[in-house]
Design a protein around this ligand. Sequence first.
Ligand SMILES: [Zn+2]
Length: 171
Amino acid sequence: MPASKTIAAGQVPCPSCGARLGGREGCQSAFDQLSAEAWTSPGRGALHNLVVDTYAMQHVEEYGRSPKSYAAHLTALCCGVEHAADQKLYWAISRWLDGSAAVGKPPLITRRGGLTIADVYAAAREDAYADLVRRWAREVWAAYADQQKLARTWLDAVRAHMTSAGFRGKS
Ligand SMILES: [Zn+2]
């Protein structure tokens, strides 16, 4: 990142998502802190899968290295945004990928949404947090417009796998 040394540490943008929390490292510690806080309240806990998948799709260099991990997060983000209440479908994604699912990794995109973890991290109140997480997820999902069709195809494969496996879900 050129010129970042002249900027205060907190202003250095994350090279993956652009959050100004102190480069990639500061961005990661914000994510780690939100992950820890997810255990402190049921409201935050219920949203945490969406936080993880949204964050992962803004940091695919690390979280989407293998085709299966990329597919896992993209499909999960699709599920989290378009089928938010369907927990059975959500948990079936990893079961599908553990099997013989063959997935190819699409090219990485560079513009990954205007909102980042910095916006969510700044939320002071619980209700504001939930709203911001959903907006952040929708923004990132929208940034993946070119891959939404592929993600829906994968989600269809997950449904087919659930049916064929007699999947009963995970509580
Ligand atoms: Zn970042």
